[in-house]
Design a binder for this molecule. Structure first.
Ligand SMILES: N[C@@H](CCC[C@H](N)C(=O)O)C(=O)O
Length: 291
């Protein structure tokens, strides 16, 4: 594809974690980190927490081995252009786009991601449910530091890395845009997403998040899953041990997600996904962004 061809985009969000969707079924677009960062720029670009490039699995070198199970690959990029393994809100919006574009039918479908296949239940409208795989909780304890204060945190991997810190007040997360928190680079050599969590009631928590590669966002789906599993273990609950599923409501700045951990260890996430606009990139601007 040359940069002078018309390139379509859509804009969508899931609990206000917003994405620019770029359909590129044949994988022809050379989307550099710089181009993604320019597209996600909220003043000089379209604006978004990240980009969802929609590519046929068979046309993407990282997804060819998943093509037998999942026709479409979610090539997710953070707002700074970096690549991440997985995006929970993104995969719901991705599925909603596939239906919107007539590329799939409502019902059950599989989507290829860098973290492996994710199975999605997609109704014609309303919430989308995704099976997010198993959470891994390495034993080592980690510490989250922000603006001179520190909290113990739980290391949770949902395909991508998270540090979950329970705090007394979400205001302790301060202004995450100005002062990014950090956690030990030895544990997280590729960076980490950091969640600050408070209790709201039984099986009900609220979080704020600083995302690797995107800064503070209004929601993070993988983060909400990590938070729910960390909260369950803290509360002495483990579905693998009891055979009883455990559900938490996780409030985020942009809404609410329902997270259920099943006895087989898999985590299901249910939440909204909306397409809000579609258009085409202005050719001259796109040529500059892709240069
Ligand atoms: N917002 C996402 C997570 C996106 C990736 C993350 N920033 C990372 O680098 O791991 C979600 O909804 O899960």
């Amino acid at each position: 594809m040359t940069s002078t061809q018309r390139l379509a985009f859509l804009k969508g969000h899931g609990t206000e974690n917003d994405f620019v969707i770029v359909p590129d079924p044949d994988g022809l677009l050379d989307l550099s980190a710089t181009a993604v960062a320019r597209i996600c720029d909220r003043r000089a670009g379209l604006g978004g927490d990240g980009v969802l490039r929609v590519v046929r699995s068979a046309a993407h070198p990282e997804a060819r081995d998943q093509a037998g199970e999942a026709e479409w690959f979610m090539d997710y990029r953070n707002g700074d252009g970096s690549i991440a393994e997985m995006c929970g809100n993104g995969v719901r919006v991705f599925a909603r786009y596939l239906l919107h574009a007539g590329l799939v039918e409502a019902g059950d479908l599989a989507i290829a991601t860098r973290a492996g296949i994710r199975r999605v239940h997609l109704a014609k409208s309303g919430d989308v449910t995704v099976s997010m795989g198993r959470a891994e909780l390495p034993e080592e304890s980690v510490v989250v530091t922000l603006d001179g204060r520190s909290w113990p945190a739980r290391n949770v991997n949902m395909g991508n890395p998270h540090a979950v810190a329970f705090v007394a007040d979400l205001a302790h997360a301060g202004d995450l845009r100005d002062v990014p928190p950090f956690s030990p680079a030895a544990v997280y050599p590729d960076g980490v997403n950091i969640e600050f969590v408070v209790d709201r009631g039984p099986h009900h928590v609220a979080m704020r998040v600083h995302e690797r590669g995107s800064g503070e966002t209004r929601s993070c789906g993988t983060g909400a899953c990590a938070v729910a599993v960390a909260a369950a273990r803290r509360d002495g609950l483990d579905p693998a041990a009891t055979g009883v599923p455990v559900t938490y409501t996780v409030d985020v700045l942009g809404g609410s997600l329902t997270i259920t951990e099943l006895p087989d260890g898999t985590v299901e996430m249910t939440g909204p996904a909306e397409i809000v606009a579609e258009g085409t990139f202005e050719a001259a601007w796109l040529a500059g962004a892709l240069a």
